[in-house]
Design a protein around this ligand. Structure first.
Ligand SMILES: *[C@@H]1O[C@H](CO)[C@@H](O)[C@H](O)[C@H]1NC(C)=O
Ligand SMILES: *[C@@H]1O[C@H](CO)[C@@H](O)[C@H](O)[C@H]1NC(C)=O
Ligand SMILES: *[C@@H]1O[C@H](CO)[C@@H](O)[C@H](O)[C@H]1NC(C)=O
Length: 803
């Protein structure tokens, strides 16, 4: 290992290409029938010149489409044609849209971001965006069902529409996308003309997602959004007419938003809820425009706005609504102060509040702030791209004999690779492929790991993961007591076949307190089932709605796919996870009709970290039988935005079937808590009037928070759409009767358990505190969702001691 010491001081020298372009491209897609299928494509190898003169449209589109990939209009989805399409520095002139395919990463050189420049003759009639990531078909439908577009990124590009006449409706990126997607480190240069009709980013549909480190200049609209939920972090807008405009949403969270020299900052339109954190508006006419009324608005909870630590400087009006100016611009600052417009529970309610009440905004603990320093915003950090590292700072999984072909047992090879990374501080590069492991893979403190094309899959399977009463990790980060940190990005973790004892990811590592930086995981997705290599697909596990009540014995053994997804254990501390999607597949990702499948995984994200210091940014957890997130005995937790879904098959079987409860993990006991609660709901006359109606109780919790302190959620969407594969129970106007409960909290979870902009679908009780249902769907209707702007757990001390 001494040899590598020399490499520690190696640094990319000026002029050297980005390592991703230089590294040996050995990634494979083992289930693609073409053994030579090419993952990595440099646009220059397909004829793009990047001199700002030659039209590169066709060459770039060739680079994307090459090798028979999942093209819009002829293919709905597939995991076997992943690609990274790489842009070296340059100016790429285009006359038509770049058509982005399913499972594509469009990545520019981050050291000198390439410019995608529209020609003045850019065809506005036939194209929608310089990059169109989901084109409309001739029938007027988005080619890919927007809520099922996953696993794609755009990074490090500059989109320039300035050569297009201002009155032309030019667009930078068209991006109706969903989970496990991101646009990062991009710049949008739009016409500055006062009459400009240019738009930077259009998202018209879907269920995201992450947007981070984006800068927008000029335009009529910097961004135009219509999508269930997103986390938008570090977005900057300069001299747009309107920086952000909404068609609709359920819940969006903005962190570190900056808007300068715009006529209007955010036009909420039919947005259901917006949360703005650690942000600033400078030299803006109207910072925020709402449609919500201060009293008597309809639906009563819609249009909720929550702000914390937002600074307004030279702003004419901070908030305007149909009633006129609600907050004038002068002398108002929300630096380290909160503001709410919407329904408040503290912990009982609802009270309709428009204003600033310190009780609703306890100070965050210093442990969660940037650098641990008072007065700073919450810590944040983007995915490292290692752009200053030379290519020989990376070491490929192939070097240790890992095959990634889905057949070989790669356990030893990956263990060696990660140990090597930890001891040499070289970065482990896990080439695209499917790495089957028959036992736990260990990531020691100090390791840095990066995957390729979001197509580096680790699948655990076999006897080691067979015991549903003794969970065994597929990947373990640190042993209890280990100190130090790891960095890990762009990877997918899952299981193969029956794996009732598999805990997909266990984290024990303790990164220590400030000034130690926490560990980071970015785009490390748990994806269990639904794709080749898992043997958990339509063929093995078709959905069987409407059949007899399933039991632990009748659930097919090969469809019991995980004990749980993620466990952040008691000794673990100091971890940021961003855009990590924890998903038990609800449909087969190769089936062109999105055929549903029934997979059974017990627990979602379990956190009992005693010292906490955890950040979950753009986080989602879906389809686990017991709960999606469970916190117990934890502290110092930041979340925003989070999203959950209950399994589509429940209540057939009811939770926790088919899993036995296991001692020591805080499994919720549905038998106990649901006794006598499978009942008609006395709160709602419409439901009460229907004698045949019962609302199931033994269903997965979306979020369970027990004996936990300093717990802050900035934006949550807890969704239950189905009963036994039927969506009637969540239909708007039908009463939210998919399940009785979805968010449970103990009163002793104090001080400071606060959830801002809690959106719920399909559950009657929105909050269950100490086993008592205390907030109801009917009192908080917001359209398709029900919504509470601030839930503050009450009882006990309100503020959090620093430290
Ligand atoms: C894609 O899915 C839609 C909706 O399920 C379906 O109508 C269409 O035929 C599918 N397209 C292809 C190419 O299979
Ligand atoms: C403000 O925006 C206008 C265009 O709307 C632009 O002309 C002007 O230069 C900008 N001012 C600053 C200080 O950036
Ligand atoms: C009562 O509930 C049952 C079961 O959900 C439903 O099928 C029926 O249509 C409801 N009846 C009325 C009058 O709403």
């Amino acid at each position: 290992m001494f040899v590598s010491v020399f490499l520690l001081v190696a640094v990319a020298t000026a002029g050297e290409a980005f390592w991703m372009a230089e590294i040996a491209h050995q990634g494979i897609s083992p289930y693609n029938p073409n053994p030579k299928y090419q993952i990595f494509r440099n646009v220059k190898d397909f004829g793009a010149v990047g001199d700002g003169v030659k039209d590169d449209t066709a060459a770039i589109n060739r680079a994307i489409s090459f090798d028979d990939r999942c093209a819009p209009g002829v293919c709905n989805q597939s995991t076997i044609t992943p690609a990274t399409v790489y842009f070296p520095p340059g100016t790429y002139l285009i006359s038509n849209s770049i058509i982005d395919y399913y499972y594509t990463q469009l990545i520019g050189d981050p050291t000198d971001r390439p410019v995608i420049k529209a020609a003045s003759t850019f065809d506005l009639d036939k194209s929608l965006g310089l990059i169109d990531a989901n084109p409309y078909t001739d029938e007027g439908m988005l080619a890919y069902l927007p809520v099922n577009v996953f696993f794609r990124q755009i990074r490090n590009l500059v989109l320039d529409t300035t050569a297009i006449p201002p009155e032309g409706g030019a667009l930078g990126i068209h991006w109706p996308s969903s989970q496990a997607t991101s646009i990062s480190n991009c710049e949008f240069r739009l016409s500055d003309d006062p009459e400009s009709e240019h738009v930077g980013l259009l998202i018209d549909g879907g269920s995201g997602g992450l947007l981070n480190d984006l800068t927008f200049y000029g335009g009529m609209l910097g961004a135009n959004f219509g999508n269930q939920q997103y986390t938008a972090r570090n977005l900057k807008f300069y001299h747009a007419q309107v920086a952000v405009s909404y068609v609709w949403n359920w819940g969006w969270t903005y962190k570190s938003l900056y808007i300068e020299n715009c006529t209007t900052g955010i036009r909420m339109g039919y947005a259901t809820s917006i949360t703005i954190l650690d942000s600033a508006f400078r030299s803006v006419g109207t910072a925020i425009e709402t449609r919500r009324l201060t009293t008597g608005t309809r639906p009563p909870a819609a249009g909720s706005l929550v702000m914390y630590n937002v600074v307004f400087d030279e702003v004419e009006e901070i908030l305007t609504g149909p009633e006129g100016v609600l907050i004038p611009g002068q002398d108002v600052s929300f630096a380290h102060v909160g503001f709410v417009m919407g329904h408040v529970y503290d912990p009982f309610g609802p009270t309709d509040v428009t204003g600033s009440d310190p009780v609703l905004f306890p100070s965050p603990p210093r442990a969660l702030l940037d650098g641990g320093k008072e007065g700073r915003g919450y810590y944040e950090r983007s995915k490292p791209q290692y752009e200053r590292e030379p290519v020989d700072a990376f070491v490929s999984a192939r070097r240790f004999g890992a095959k990634g072909d889905g057949r070989a047992d790669d356990t030893d090879a990956l263990n060696k690779l990660f140990a090597f990374s930890a001891t040499t501080s070289l970065i482990a590069f896990v080439d695209a492929g499917t790495y089957f492991v028959s036992d736990t893979v260990f990531i020691p403190p100090g390791a840095r790991i990066v995957g390729e094309a979001l197509a580096s899959n680790i699948l655990g399977g076999g006897d080691a993961f067979a015991d549903s009463t003794r969970p065994r990790p597929v990947v373990r980060v640190g042993y209890p007591g280990d100190k130090g940190r790891v960095e890990w990005s762009d990877m997918i973790l899952g299981t193969r076949g029956a794996a009732p004892g598999a805990l997909v990811l266990e984290v024990n590592l303790d990164a220590g307190a400030w000034p130690h930086e926490p560990s980071g995981m970015w785009d490390v997705h748990v994806r269990v089932g639904g794709y080749p290599g898992t043997e958990q697909m339509l063929e093995q596990c078709p959905a069987t709605p409407g059949k007899e009540m399933a039991t632990a014995e009748s659930v097919p053994a090969q469809c019991v796919v995980a004990w749980g997804s993620v466990h952040i254990t008691r000794p673990a501390s100091g971890l940021l996870m961003e855009n990590c999607w924890v998903w038990i597949a609800d449909h087969d990702l190769e089936d062109q009709e999105y055929a549903q499948i029934s997979l059974y995984a017990g627990r979602g994200v379990l956190v009992d970290s005693e010292r906490g210091r955890l950040w979950f940014s753009a986080s989602a957890s879906e389809h686990h039988v017991l709960y999606q997130y469970s916190f117990r005995g934890a502290r110092d937790v930041y979340m925003g935005h989070i999203q959950t879904e209950s399994p589509y098959f429940q209540p057939n079987p009811p939770a926790p079937v088919p899993f036995p409860l296991v001692e020591g993990y805080g499994d919720p006991d549905f038998g106990e808590t649901c006794r006598g609660r499978e009942r008609r709901d006395p709160h709602d006359p419409a439901v009460e009037a229907n004698a045949t109606l019962t609302v199931p109780c033994a269903m997965a919790w979306g979020l369970l928070v027990r004996d936990t302190r300093a717990f802050f959620v900035y934006g949550a969407g807890l969704y239950s759409f189905f009963n036994n594969y039927d969506t009637d129970c969540s239909r708007e106007g039908y009463g939210a009767i998919c399940q009785q409960r979805i968010f449970g909290v103990t009163a002793s979870s104090n001080p400071a358990v606060v959830v801002y902009n809690l959106n719920v679908v399909g559950a009657r009780a929105m909050v269950t505190r100490d086993e008592e249902d205390i907030a109801w769907f009917d009192d908080n209707r917001a359209g398709f969702t029900s919504l509470i702007a601030v839930y503050e757990n009450g009882g006990g001390e309100r503020s959090v001691p620093g430290g």
